[in-house]
Unconditional design. Structure first.
Length: 513
C-alpha cells in the first residue's frame, strides 16, 4: 500500500509523484518553462525519467553507439517500438556523418544497421534515397546550432515512442481533464452546447437548455396541419395543411414568428414541404397530387411538376439547390430527378420498382435514402451506386436525416423510432420509445447541437423529446389538443422547436427560462 503522504485524493487513488510530473509536463507544454523548472526543483519531481535523461545526454552529445546500447538495454520495455526508436537514432547519425564528409560511414550504417531493423520498408527506402542525393549534393558541414535543433527534434520524436513511465504521453493532463469533461457531457441528458465547460464545478445542464414551454401559437391554418419545417438558415418556418395551403413564416430577431406568405394553388391537402439548401425555393406536395415549386421571397409558384399520371409522394433537394428527387406512391412511376424548370434528368422506374413512402438526400449529397413498400430502406451511394438494404419488421411512416449526414431516423407504426448510421457500420439501430403511433403518419427530427436530441409528434397530442443516447424520453410536452403530426427543430436556434397538429395550430416551443 502506498504511504499516505505519497497519494492524493479522498480515496487515495492518485500517486502524488505522477500527479506532479504531469503538471510539470503541462506547464512546459503551455510555455511556462520557468514555473515548470521551479516546480521540478521544489518537488524533486522531473518531467523526464532518469532513463530518458540518460538517453537525452547521449543524443545531445552525439553518442550514437551509446544510444543504441541504451535502447537495447530497455528492449523489453520498448517492445515493438525498439526498432522504430533505433531507426530515428541511426537516421540522425547518418545525416551528421554526411555533413562531416564521412560518406562511407553513412552508407555503412545504412546497409548494415538500418536495413536490419524491422521498420516500414518505405521509410528505409526513403532514407536511402536521401542519403544518395545528399551524398551527391555534398551538403558540407552543418552549423552546430542546426545540429542541436535536429537532435532536439530527434529527442521529441523518440519521446513519443517510449511507454510510461519512461516518458509521459503528450499533453497527458489535458487528456485527463478532457476525458472527465466528456464524461460529464455524455451523462448530461440536457446538454446541447458547443461552449467550453467550466472546470470549477461538476457539469450538469438543466432542462432550460431545451424547448419545453409554448412561446407562441400560430393559427394561420383553417384545418389540420400536417407538416412543418424550418429553413436551413433558421430564418423561416413553412407549414402545410389539410386546408390546401402552405404558409411561410418569418422568424424575427426576438424569436417571434410572423406570417410572410400564404401559398395557394393546390387542389388537395398539402402533405409536406421541402426547403432548398439555399432557402430561396420551397417545394410543396399535394396529397396524391402534383408538386409545386415556389419562390420564397416573392411567394409565387414557379413551376408545377407531375400530372394525374405521376402522383408525387415525397421529395428531397440535392445540395446544389438546382435539382431534386421525388418518389411516387405509384409503384410503376418510381423515382425521378428533376431540375427547377421541369426537365427530367434521371429516373429510376420499372415494373419491379416498389411504392416510394419517403425519400431523403443527405446534406452532403453522398447518399440517397428511400423508404420502399412500408418496411424497406435502401441507401444508395450517389458516387459509386453501391446500395445497401435494411429491412424493418414494421411499416415505416417517415424518414429524417441528421444535419451532419451521419445518421437518419425513421418512425414506425410499432410505436418506435429507429436511428441508423448512414455509412452502414451498425448491425442494429438505436431505439426510442414512449410516444404513441399506431394509425397515422407521424414525423420526427434531429435537433440541438450536433443533433444531440430527437423530437417526435405523437397520436396522444403530445411532443416527445429524447437525448439520442437514451431510449426513453427526457421531456413530454403538452399543449396541443389533437394528434401532433410533425415536429421541426430550428437548425440555427437550438432552443426553438415547432410542432404541427390536427388541432389546426402550429406551436413554437422554447426554454422555460
Amino acid at each position: 500500500m502506498e504511504n499516505s503522504s505519497e497519494v492524493l485524493g479522498s480515496k487515495g487513488l492518485i500517486k502524488k509523484h505522477e500527479f506532479v510530473r504531469i503538471i510539470v509536463q503541462c506547464l512546459y507544454s503551455l510555455g511556462y518553462s520557468k514555473t515548470a523548472s521551479c516546480l521540478e526543483s521544489e518537488s524533486g519531481v522531473s518531467s523526464k525519467s532518469p532513463e530518458f535523461q540518460l538517453l537525452e545526454s547521449h543524443v545531445l552529445n552525439g553518442n550514437w553507439d551509446s544510444c543504441i546500447s541504451f535502447l537495447d538495454s530497455i528492449r523489453e520495455a520498448l517492445g515493438e517500438s525498439r526498432d522504430s526508436a533505433s531507426f530515428l537514432v541511426l537516421k540522425q547519425c547518418i545525416l551528421e556523418c554526411l555533413s562531416r564528409g564521412e560518406d562511407t560511414l553513412a552508407l555503412d550504417v545504412l546497409r548494415k544497421r538500418v536495413s536490419a531493423l524491422k521498420v516500414d520498408r518505405s521509410k528505409v527506402q526513403s532514407l536511402a534515397e536521401s542519403v544518395l542525393s545528399l551524398k551527391d549534393a555534398d551538403i558540407g558541414t552543418i552549423d552546430s546550432n542546426v545540429v542541436h535543433d535536429l537532435r532536439e527534434k530527434c529527442l521529441t520524436d523518440l519521446e513519443k515512442l517510449f511507454p510510461p513511465p519512461i516518458s509521459v504521453p503528450e499533453r497527458r493532463l489535458e487528456h485527463l481533464v478532457e476525458t472527465t469533461v466528456t464524461a460529464w457531457v455524455d451523462s448530461c441528458l440536457y446538454h446541447g452546447s458547443s461552449n467550453p465547460i467550466s472546470l470549477y464545478v461538476d457539469h450538469q445542464c438543466g432542462r432550460d437548455q431545451i424547448p419545453t414551454v409554448t412561446t407562441q401559437i400560430l393559427t394561420g391554418h383553417r384545418n389540420e396541419v400536417w407538416f412543418v419545417q424550418f429553413s436551413n438558415n433558421g430564418e423561416y418556418l413553412a407549414s402545410s395543411s389539410n386546408d390546401c395551403t402552405a404558409i411561410i413564416w418569418k422568424v424575427l430577431e426576438d424569436g417571434e414568428l410572423t406570417l410572410k406568405h400564404t401559398l395557394c394553388g393546390h387542389q388537395r391537402a398539402i402533405s409536406l414541404v421541402a426547403w432548398s439548401p439555399d432557402d430561396t425555393k420551397l417545394l410543396t406536395i399535394g396529397n396524391t397530387e402534383v408538386l409545386k415549386l415556389w419562390d420564397v421571397e416573392e411567394g409565387t409558384c414557379k413551376h408545377t411538376f407531375g400530372n394525374p399520371d405521376f402522383v408525387v409522394s415525397s421529395c428531397a433537394w440535392l445540395p446544389n439547390s438546382k435539382q431534386f428527387v421525388c418518389g411516387s406512391s405509384d409503384p410503376e412511376k418510381g423515382i425521378c430527378m428533376w431540375d427547377c424548370d421541369g426537365n427530367e434528368i434521371k429516373a429510376w422506374r420499372g415494373m419491379r420498382m416498389p411504392k416510394v413512402v419517403d425519400i431523403a438526400v443527405t446534406p452532403n449529397g453522398e447518399y440517397l435514402i428511400t423508404i420502399f413498400m412500408d418496411k424497406e430502406i435502401r441507401i444508395l451511394h450517389t458516387g459509386t451506386n453501391a446500395e445497401r438494404v435494411i429491412s424493418e419488421e414494421h411499416p415505416i411512416t417517415s424518414l429524417s436525416v441528421s444535419g451532419d449526414s451521419k445518421f437518419f431516423i425513421i418512425n414506425l407504426n410499432s410505436q418506435e423510432i429507429h436511428m441508423w448510421d448512414v455509412a452502414g457500420k451498425w448491425d442494429k439501430p438505436l431505439r426510442f420509445m414512449g410516444h404513441k403511433q399506431c394509425e397515422y403518419v407521424i414525423r420526427s427530427c434531429f435537433g440541438g447541437f450536433n443533433s444531440t436530441f430527437i423530437a417526435s409528434g405523437s397520436e396522444n397530442a403530445q411532443v416527445y423529446i429524447w437525448n439520442s443516447r437514451n431510449s426513453r424520453p427526457i421531456e413530454v410536452l403538452s399543449g396541443h389538443s389533437l394528434t401532433v403530426n410533425c415536429v421541426s427543430w430550428n437548425p440555427k436556434r437550438p432552443h426553438m422547436l415547432a410542432s404541427a397538429s390536427d388541432d389546426y395550430s402550429v406551436r413554437i416551443w422554447g426554454p422555460s427560462s
